[in-house]
Design a protein around this ligand. Structure first.
Ligand SMILES: Cc1cc2nc3c(=O)[nH]c(=O)nc-3n(C[C@H](O)[C@H](O)[C@H](O)COP(=O)(O)OP(=O)(O)OC[C@H]3O[C@@H](n4cnc5c(N)ncnc54)[C@H](O)[C@@H]3O)c2cc1C
Ligand SMILES: NC(=O)c1ccc[n+]([C@@H]2O[C@H](COP(=O)([O-])OP(=O)(O)OC[C@H]3O[C@@H](n4cnc5c(N)ncnc54)[C@H](O)[C@@H]3O)[C@@H](O)[C@H]2O)c1
Ligand code: SF4
Ligand code: FES
Length: 804
């Protein structure tokens, strides 16, 4: 029987979760086409807050990689918007004039952020926060801004405000109500929340109605209805969302606030279904993943003709993802005439609990400060449990694990991913799991918002007792395996593993193809362990490293040629200027590392440009030694005590192109004034009378860290010796994607000083470093000598009509 044609509009969390459920039930049933108007594979939108807060990176929030679509035979059209539905002929049409037939059509178009209709709202610097593009825009604007204002004190507003603080801005939250999170909390909890967030550095303006955003081209402030004004050069609008019903509305599919569906996610039009935030079910629209995943499961079963009771609605439940603040609410939050409450308040310990009871049934709850009971309460609220059931478990509370202990096997521990207690216990027992991270890798529990981690920990404790060490923080390298970085590296060494696929096969990866997290890491570890024989796996590299240039927001690339120590000359500058003209480079910019960046280069021009430049790659795109910034030093500066330029050039020439766990930046200054910012570099060198001081582990990014003094030496040769030994020790011991700053924090500078104090150890490390350095080739020259690579990587390819 030919497969039925299933078309999904919306490549987001709900649509793709529904598709995953379909593939689980009946993988051969449908010929699947997905249209998504974002240019990415399905990613974890929830984690955008964590990206802004610097706790994770965009590369790590992909939920389904490009490979996943390919492997499952799914035709994906990223960056393409469906604009028309022809119900009579069962066709959809896109903005690129593609016409695709369907037998079954799922609308999963999500929501749009609500934008207040204010004068000035279209000025530059006014940004919503919904997708990757917004997230990048906020990070970009934060670099030129000082005073950020978030309009909206809800979940999104507060999580983005925390992110803006982490980006180093002054942050004020403007909220229309007289207390924060008024849709999720009562005044008592909200007050505690405000105190905690104020301690973190946020300021609040409550009861404020914004009437205008001022400024010329760029926003520079806000005006309020009471006549007050506020300075702001970055404004985040987080005042709620609206279901995205445009497509349905324009094509005769009945809508109200959302697309109207019945209990089986059927719209009123035959063969057209809807799922996710765009949906209105029994008058309710949802804005959290748990209900959307439940809807997805129901729809998947329905489409695969499996019988279910249908979707009966969900109870709203929220947790704020701001570190240091634990707050939860679910169901009814405010007392009504018949409501009785069970309350406790500890103003000193900053904890608060309110459980709402109506006619003896649990109807809602708010927890602040201690949210360990949240899943248990969610369950009781969902089933409108008798208050006695709650009170019985309350009395057992002295035991830490009582909440999970009292739960049935079919009760949900991880709300986001719908993972039941029984599934987790079974995985712990059958696979011998001992850490939360391993449970996440095996079961998905804690994979989305992460707020269920403490329950998973309790369950581990309950299941394996003393074997569970809650302080054990060693995480598996990704969700494809339960193995930690050290275990993988040790296996590579002892078992003599030689390529990425072999590592994944031999070490029994759950996901045989690996993911965007583990493949680059394994590739790095293999290279680090055996530099002379390892053949780099380009497919396992991030796109920038594969292309040897940094991809930009609009799909063009940036080219940064090597300029040792930041030194250039007039011939080189003339050449660069001519080349910039020849390729119509839209922007030439000096980087923070004292290099010239040619921005906006088309992919197919990259090899031609490198050939014309005839310079080495600056590795500005790689996890590698990038730049050595130098001050002018003793040659020109009256304070200079050493030749910093020469030292910087020597360092850069020696370590150029070295593979490192993360990017490595260096700086050499010729006196403690440190004009090359040596104090915030991974390796910073400062000239002093009669020698040099070497600093390590500095970072000038979002997590600012002052470098630690490693040692003081007399000779320039010793600087190279210590820098080499330090870098090699870092290469051999840090986790992939761990900056020197985080690594030093983890292992301690005393330990590193201790190890490197032995001359014998330094020599051995430098020997291994020399082996690694001897294998390095200039990647631009390699591409130019290989026509096949040029064709494969730099010629435009069209997939499904889209340039890929
Ligand atoms: C920063 C942030 C943090 C969050 N944190 C949490 C949290 O902690 N917990 C929680 O439960 N929820 C959280 N959420 C909400 C959660 O992310 C959403 O509920 C969920 O992503 C909605 O899934 P969806 O598939 O319905 O919509 P989306 O994920 O928005 O997917 C819809 C997709 O469809 C595309 N699309 C729309 N129209 C078309 C068209 N005509 N053609 C082609 N493509 C189209 C859109 O571009 C989009 O990519 C958060 C949201 C944000 C923004
Ligand atoms: N941790 C989480 O679960 C989480 C995190 C982020 C986002 N989200 C979801 O993303 C969606 C968007 O979040 P959100 O916080 O924008 O929505 P929200 O509706 O929860 O909060 C918006 C807030 O803005 C306030 N507001 C409205 N108009 C205003 C105005 N003119 N000036 C100032 N304040 C105003 C409202 O009082 C409300 O509290 C929601 O569905 C939310 O559930 C969830
Ligand atoms: S660091 Fe010292 S020597 Fe170097 S430029 Fe600055 S003041 Fe001059
Ligand atoms: S509850 Fe969100 S990841 Fe488990």
């Amino acid at each position: 029987m030919p497969r039925q044609k299933l078309v999904i509009v919306g490549n987001g969390m709900a649509g793709i979760r529904c598709l995953e459920e379909i593939l689980k039930i009946d993988p051969d049933r449908f010929d699947v086409t997905v249209f998504g108007n974002e240019p990415y594979p399905n990613y974890n939108r929830i984690q955008l807050s964590k990206v802004l807060q610097g706790d994770t990176v965009l590369e790590d929030i992909t939920l389904n990689s490009w490979d996943w679509y390919e492997k499952n035979d799914i035709r994906l059209y990223p960056g393409e918007t469906v604009i028309e539905i022809d119900q009579d002929n069962h066709l959809v049409k896109t903005d690129k004039n593609r016409i695709t037939p369907y037998d079954k059509l799922i609308l999963a178009t999500g929501s749009n952020p609500f934008i207040l209709p204010l004068p000035g709202v279209d000025k530059k610097g006014v940004i919503t926060f919904r997708n990757i593009k917004d997230c990048l825009k906020i990070i970009e604007y934060s670099k030129r801004s000082k005073d950020a204002v978030v309009i909206g004190g809800g979940l999104l507003g507060l999580e983005s405000a925390r992110g803006l603080l982490d980006l180093g801005l002054n942050v004020k939250v403007v909220h229309i109500s007289d207390y924060l999170m008024n849709r999720q909390l009562d005044k008592t909890a909200s007050h505690l929340l405000q105190l905690q967030l104020e301690k973190q550095g946020m300021e609040f303006l409550l009861n404020k109605k914004t009437v205008e955003i001022t400024g010329n081209e760029y926003a520079d402030g806000l005006k309020f209805s009471d006549g007050d004004e506020l300075k702001a050069d970055l404004v985040i609008m987080a005042v709620g969302i609206r279901p995205n019903i445009k497509l349905a509305e324009e094509n005769g599919i009945p809508t109200h606030r959302g697309i109207i569906v019945n209990d089986f996610m059927e719209t009123k039009i035959p063969d057209i279904y809807a799922v996710g935030e765009c949906v209105e079910h029994q008058g309710c629209c949802y804005g959290l993943v748990a209900p959307l995943y439940q809807q997805g499961k129901v729809l998947a079963n329905h489409l695969c003709e499996e019988k279910t009771d249908g979707y009966t609605g969900s109870i709203d439940s929220a947790k704020l993802k701001v570190s240091g603040v634990d707050v939860f609410s679910a169901g009814q939050i405010n007392e009504q005439e018949n409501t009785k409450t069970i309350k406790s308040y500890d103003g000193w310990g900053m904890t608060y609990k309110k459980v709402l009871v109506e006619n003896g049934k649990i109807k809602g709850a708010i927890l602040f400060g201690d949210t360990r009971e949240s899943t248990h309460l969610s369950r009781l609220i969902n089933k409108e449990a008798d208050v006695k059931e709650y009170l019985n478990t309350e009395t057992e509370k002295n035991s830490e694990t009582s909440v999970v202990c009292s739960m049935q096997d079919d009760e949900i521990i991880c709300g986001c991913n719908g993972v039941e207690k029984g599934t987790i216990v079974q995985a712990i027992k059958e696979k011998g799991l001992t850490t939360v991270a391993q449970v996440k890798a095996c079961t998905n529990a804690s994979r989305s918002c992460g707020t269920c981690k403490s329950l998973v920990a309790d369950l581990l404790k309950l299941t394996i007792g003393d074997e569970f060490d809650s302080t054990k923080k060693e995480e598996p390298i990704c969700e494809c395996t339960t193995m930690t970085r050290d275990e993988v590296v040790s296996a590579i060494r002892t078992m003599g593993l030689t390529n990425v696929r072999e590592v994944m096969n031999v070490l029994d990866w759950e996901n045989k193809e690996g993911c965007s997290k583990c493949r680059p890491a394994i590739n790095y570890y293999l290279n680090m362990v055996n530099p002379s024989h390892y053949v780099d796996d380009q497919e396992s590299r991030f796109v920038n490293e594969r292309m040897h240039a940094n991809i930009q927001m609009n799909g063009t690339y940036s080219v940064v040629p090597r300029m040792y120590g930041g030194v250039t000359n007039s011939d080189e500058l003339r050449k660069i200027a001519d080349i910039a003209d020849k390729y119509q480079v839209p922007m030439i910019k000096l980087t923070g590392g004292q290099r010239i960046d040619l921005l906006g280069v088309d992919k197919e021009d990259l090899p031609k440009m490198w050939k014309d430049l005839n310079m080495r790659s600056g590795f500005a795109y790689a996890k590698s030694v990038r730049t050595v910034k130098t001050c002018v030093g003793e040659k020109f500066c009256r304070f200079g005590t050493q030749d910093s330029i020469d030292m910087g050039i020597q360092l850069e020439k020696k370590f150029e192109g070295l593979n490192t766990p993360h990017k490595v930046k260096m700086g050499v200054s010729a006196c403690p004034r440190s004009c090359a910012e040596s104090g915030i570099k991974d390796v910073g060198v400062i000239g002093v009378q009669g020698g040099w001081e070497i600093y390590v582990g500095g970072n000038g990014g979002t997590k600012l860290r002052t470098a630690d003094l490693l040692c003081k030496v007399k000779e320039s040769g010793e600087v190279l010796e210590y820098a080499g030994a330090f870098l090699q020790y870092y290469r051999e011991n840090a986790k992939y994607l761990e900056r020197t700053s985080a690594w030093i924090e983890r292992v301690g500078i005393e330990h590193v000083r201790d190890v490197l104090s032995s001359k014998e150890t330094r020599d051995q490390l430098n020997q291994r470093m020399d082996e690694a350095l001897s294998t390095i080739e200039d990647p631009w020259a390699s591409v130019l000598s290989n026509k096949e690579t040029q064709k494969k990587l730099y010629q435009k390819v069209y997939v499904g009509g889209n340039e890929k």
